[in-house]
Design a binder for this molecule. Sequence first.
Ligand SMILES: [Fe+2]
Length: 198
Amino acid sequence: MATSTTHQTASARTGRRTTARLDAFVEEVREVVGRGMAPDVTAYLVGEKLAPHLGVDGSDGLLTPEQHEGDPERYRQHLLHAETDGSFSIVGLVWLPGQCTSVHDHVSWCVTGVHQGEEHERRYRLLPADAPGGSARLVATEDVINPVGAVCGFAPPGDIHKVWNGCREKAISIHVYGADISRLGSSVRRVYELPADR
Ligand SMILES: [Fe+2]
């Protein structure tokens, strides 16, 4: 498999070992992102590339053994790749049972895919205050349970959600963002601490 100088530099920058399958996926994402299409189209096409790699473990797997490790304190983010030009990043999120995010949205287009276990997601709509001096609030619009192989792609605005591991085992998801997570630290644009109906 072709491994460009650019990619070797990026892998060194993330400071993590990689797998042949991840290398192949990075090449696929690079090709899609390089087409310069609209964010929602890019997310859709990257999702198509991600799907066949999900759930593949062992010697041909997507992740190294270290990248399967969680953190008892909170869900853990493993930075898998950050493209040197900042155009995309790939992370693996490891969720122990019960671990969850805040309600948040994202800085860029985003693709998520479940690699192991089951990820639960609640999507929200933001309603403005209905009276002067009142508070904006969140209304839940959809609850989704994503099994291994499920892929979601979205682009802001309107991507407010929270995610948690509602199953009894470890869950792992792969996320691709149209932003440089090695620089930003996180893909979260805003955390919403507003009243929500659920
Ligand atoms: Fe998110």
